[in-house]
Design a protein around this ligand. Structure first.
Ligand code: PXP
Length: 239
């Protein structure tokens, strides 16, 4: 059964809507863990639009599970990661104007920069995951530059329907199989929700699903612990 990493960025989005102290993503992480989260994911963006440095520091001290720090491959973020020492870092592309992370990393085009960042993080004993589209050439390159894991971008799958969605699912499956064959860890995420998660969760090679918006949105109505538990049940095939 795939593990569940809960992305709590949007708890901080609500806080930042009023530049207030509440809701505190650190409190949300405690509740997500009580609901069965296997890890907590936060994206510290260059513009600090939701998660702040303070959140990452406190999460590092308080989490009972593991911290996955999502970040761009910049000097500033590498310095922060080496200070905080999360269990793992997920490198993502980042653009200021985007609402959320739009595409996967282009590992083929940026291999030298990414390799440098991966090497620095490895010196700090941090596992490194690369967020990439289900594209076999990108996965082979991720393996060549020593990424420990990949996170397959499921956004296109989540946004498509019918036959197109089945094609996207098949690409995710092929990508997961290749990464697993290359002995990399395989995560997946983006746009997964209570209606589309099951077929992805059934791919045996996928070890962890990272899910944010749908869980936080549901939590406003049913509470975070329950929202996480309901997602865990779906992933486990219990409902
Ligand atoms: N994985 C990565 C790399 C992401 O950037 C995001 C969005 O922050 C997610 C997973 C979670 O996506 P969603 O909020 O759509 O569940």
């Amino acid at each position: 059964m795939a593990r569940l990493g809960v992305n709590i960025d949007h708890v901080a989005t609500v806080r930042e809507a009023r530049k207030a102290k509440q809701p505190d993503p650190v409190a949300a992480a405690v509740l997500a863990e009580l609901g069965g989260a296997d890890g907590i994911v936060v994206h510290l963006r260059e513009d600090r639009r939701h998660i702040h440095d303070r959140d990452v520091k406190l999460l590092r001290e308080t989490l009972q599970t593991k911290l996955d720090l999502e970040m761009a491959a910049t000097e500033e973020m590498v310095r922060i990661a080496l200070e905080i020492k999360p269990e793992m870092v997920t490198l993502v592309p980042e653009r200021r104007q985007e609402l959320t992370t739009e595409g996967g990393l282009n590992v083929v085009a940026n291999r030298d920069e990414l390799k440098k960042v991966i090497d620095l993080l490895h010196e700090g004993e941090i596992h490194v995951s690369l967020f990439i589209d289900p594209d076999l050439a990108q996965i082979k390159e991720a393996n060549k530059i020593s990424a420990d894991l990949i996170e397959i971008h499921t956004g296109r799958y989540a946004n498509s329907r019918g036959r197109d969605q089945r094609t996207e699912l098949h690409q995710i499956l092929e990508a997961a199989r290749l990464a697993s064959k290359l002995k990399m860890g395989v995560n997946a995420g983006h746009g997964l929700d209570y209606t589309n998660v099951v077929p992805v969760a059934q791919i045996a090679e996928i070890e962890e699903l990272n899910i944010g918006h749908s869980i936080i949105a549901r939590s406003i109505l049913v509470g975070l612990e329950r929202a996480v538990r309901e997602m865990k049940d779906l992933i486990a095939g219990r409902s």
